[in-house]
Design a protein around this ligand. Structure first.
Ligand code: FEO
Length: 403
């Protein structure tokens, strides 16, 4: 049985939810699942926009056939070749040998590499600015390199103002029947997963995302159809504004992400003292996590969200605690920048970690400001460190006022 949603009088969502996959890209936890979106346009010609992951292929094919109702599938537009969207190309073509595939040159090369075989005479190669008419609808093709792979492009329906945005504006989370942004409470239920998806998957490529947003600003966009998560049919400014923050590495909120690495609870207790003192002085926008117990994708997401980070770490093998080092390396890999950072260090006999974390932040990352006032404890916090803790609290709050 097909499970589809009608988006307009001639455009259908024919994707599917996946709640069985534990790790997206075999690395990021998705407790709320994920959707693989595909769209089918019924014009004089029929046009399918992207396919779906292999895991949902059967449902996806039933959806396509259910909407086609015996019609031929004339065209398949491939905006992005990552297998979570392209894996079912061959299955579609086996059922519809009449279909012509439209994509760009690099995308066809990648399809070939992945084994999604499209015969040469069934290919139409497009480039930036090309258009194709399918009846009432004319689609323009816009390059979107590195959002999230180099071959990525987006397709824009000039007739209706619908942007088929590939990975851009996507989110983790299964749809559960509710396809439109105004059918859910996005801010309450989806924003955290949208941020976690963006920052971990595309976060590294902010300048490329800004290029795409620049091109998109020239278009009269009425609806955004991403490859994951809800379709945007109003309040588009809201999600574009979030994307501008994330892509330019500007924090969304004044607040503190406090991440601690603690072996026996003493560094954690010290971090708790900081959090309590911040709250006492009115800064309650605090997110506090154990680096050993929190999947790094959540830490990355909040690092993009908040203006300030506090890293509290024990010294380990005369260096940075491995899980904290992993967090630092991931922030660097994803190009996070422009944050103010406070440091709490702990070492029972050779406390090196504060200096090493400062060195990492200042030498390996861009525009990271480490506050001069840090806290050093030896094994546990005592009254002797209260003054330096108060100085760190004041340093955080004063730098927030200045920002
Ligand atoms: Fe959802 Fe880059 O694929």
């Amino acid at each position: 049985m097909e499970c589809v949603r009608k988006l307009t009088n001639d455009l259908y969502w024919v994707g599917a939810d996946d709640r069985r996959l534990a790790l997206f890209e075999n690395i990021h936890p998705i407790p709320r699942g994920v959707s693989y979106n595909s769209y089918l346009l019924l014009d004089e010609k029929t046009v399918l926009f992207d396919t779906a992951d292999w895991s949902v292929c059967k449902q996806f094919l039933e959806n396509v056939e259910g909407v086609l109702k015996g019609r031929k599938l004339d065209y398949l537009i491939i905006n992005h070749v990552e297998p979570d969207h392209a894996a079912s190309i061959e299955e579609v073509l086996l059922r519809h040998p009449e279909t012509t595939v439209i994509s760009n040159e690099q995308a066809f090369t990648l399809m070939d590499q992945f084994g999604y075989r499209v015969e040469g005479e069934k290919q139409i190669v497009v480039k930036e600015g090309d258009t194709q008419k399918f009846g009432k609808h004319t689609i323009a093709f816009v390059a979107a390199p590195m959002v999230h792979w180099p071959e990525a492009m987006v397709s824009f329906d000039l007739t209706t103002g619908t942007l088929f945005s590939a990975d851009a504006f996507g989110s983790f989370g299964a749809l559960g029947g509710r396809i439109f942004n105004d059918e859910v409470d996005f801010d309450r239920d989806w924003l955290d997963d949208a941020r976690r998806y963006y920052t971990n998957i595309v976060g590294k490529y902010g300048p490329f995302v800004m290029d795409l947003l620049g091109k998109a600003s020239q278009l009269d966009i009425k609806m955004i159809c991403p490859l994951h998560g809800p379709v945007w049919r109003n309040n588009i400014k809201y999600i574009v504004d979030k994307y501008i923050h994330w892509a330019t590495y500007e924090p969304e909120e004044k607040g503190v992400l406090l991440v601690y690495a603690s072996m026996y609870g003493n560094t954690e207790s010290t971090a708790s003292v900081l959090a309590a003192k911040l709250a006492e002085k009115g800064m309650t926008n605090i997110a506090m996590y154990d680096v050993s117990k929190t999947d790094i994708s959540y830490l990355i997401s909040d690092a993009f969200k908040y203006s300030h980070l506090v890293l509290a770490s024990v010294t380990y093998n005369l260096g940075i605690y491995p899980k904290m080092l992993n967090f630092l390396e991931d922030m660097k890999a994803l190009n996070l920048q422009k944050r103010i950072v406070g440091i709490i260090e702990n070492g029972s006999w050779a406390c090196t970690v504060g200096g090493l974390m400062t060195e990492f932040l200042e030498n390996n990352m861009k525009a990271m400001t480490v506050l001069q006032d840090g806290v050093t404890i030896n094994s546990r916090m005592t009254g002797g460190q209260e003054r330096s803790m108060n100085d760190l609290v004041d340093g955080i709050l004063n730098s927030m006022k200045e920002a």
